[in-house]
Design a protein around this ligand. Structure first.
Ligand code: GDP
Length: 331
């Protein structure tokens, strides 16, 4: 019997040729936990021993269920064959599930110069667009990302992919915008702590440097609290959740019962403050603000508390809807 909540978690399929980097990506992004604890994630070698489009395989079953298909292309290798596969996959999958989002990771770009990166992306994008146009499929939209496991780009790309699959995203963004505006915060990210994927951010533009420093703060705090923290460090909370008897393991919405009061502050030498607040078992808010704005930290604390309650409401609502749907289905 499937858990209705797990049923509604975003499903991802990662495809790409052998050695393109799929398992490395999974290891880097989800090293803190098994991937199937946060997201329903599957990895398929392509081509492998099986031809997925063989009539023996039901392509409805393959593509009908997923929210996104990530296609990994090794940018350091000759990618012509990979592009053929991509084109073939997209045309087949689109027919089965036109709502599927197609995400192309142009991967292993760490060895390429900036100029060469841009050229490679342009070349890949051009070729695939032309191919699709030849088959009257120019309306199918593909998203491209330059990724490497050796920097933050893989997290950034994953965050963007996941965000599209989170139905509460507009609400979360709105809440973050309100929090930022009322507290003098320049940038705020809501992170899934275990994967370091941010599931939402306020609508001001993301610059890579702010993202990297906020993401590094997660590592620092999680490591420190694992070693020195009290029992409600993230990892302990997560361990608890695995034995959670109500079966909601791994869902953001199970968290209302356990408050997470992790809180940390780092003053940067450029006059900014980096601030982390635990939201619940899985989520943490990390923000950047000017230190003069932090003088009103009573106000910020208050606003943050409101934010936390609003987040709890958002996911509680989701949980109740899922339960209602389950009851309706059962009769
Ligand atoms: P898979 O067969 O698609 O799962 O590919 P693997 O994850 O086994 O990766 C194949 C090889 O590519 C390994 O030697 C990895 O170390 C290497 N690799 C994976 N990601 C990157 C990356 O971002 N940059 C570089 N330079 N090498 C990578």
């Amino acid at each position: 019997p499937e858990d209705p909540i797990q049923d509604h978690r975003p499903r991802l399929l990662i495809m790409g040729q052998r050695r393109s980097g799929k398992s490395s990506i999974q290891k880097v992004v989800f090293h803190k936990m098994p991937a199937n604890e946060t997201l329903f994630l599957e990895i398929w070698d392509f081509p492998g021993q099986i031809n997925y489009f063989d009539s023996a395989y039901d392509s409805n079953m393959i593509f009908g269920d997923y929210g996104a298909l990530i296609f990994v292309i090794d940018a350091q290798d000759d990618y012509i064959e990979a592009l053929n596969r991509l084109h073939h996959t997209v045309t087949r999958a689109y027919k089965v599930n036109p709502d599927l989002s197609f995400e192309v990771f142009i991967h292993k770009v760490d060895a390429l110069s900036d100029e060469y990166k841009i050229d490679t992306q342009r070349d890949i994008q051009q070729r695939i667009t032309d191919e699709l146009a030849d088959y009257d499929m120019e309306h199918v939209h593909l998203n491209f990302y330059l990724t490497s496991i050796y920097d933050h780009s893989i997290f950034e790309a994953f965050s963007k992919v996941i965000q599209k699959l989170i139905p509460q995203l507009p609400t979360l963004e709105n809440l973050l915008n309100i929090l930022c505006a009322n507290s003098g915060i320049e940038k705020a990210f809501l992170f899934d702590v275990n994967s370091k994927i941010y599931i939402a951010t306020d609508s001001s533009p993301v610059d890579m440097q702010s993202y990297e420093i906020c993401s590094d703060m997660i590592d620092v705090i999680v490591d420190i609290s694992e070693i020195y923290g009290r029992t409600n460090s993230y990892r302990d909370d997560f361990d608890q959740s695995q034995t959670d008897t109500n079966g909601h393991t791994g869902d953001y919405g199970t968290t209302t019962e356990t408050a997470n009061d992790t809180s940390s502050l780092i003053k940067l030498n450029n006059g900014m403050i980096l601030c982390l607040r635990g939201v619940n078992r899985f989520l943490a808010l990390v923000c950047l603000l000017r230190s003069d704005n932090f003088e009103k930290h009573g106000l910020i604390d208050y606003n943050f508390q409101c934010f936390k309650e609003a987040i709890a409401d958002v996911f509680e609502l989701k949980r109740r809807n899922a339960e209602r749907m389950k009851h309706e289905r059962m009769g």
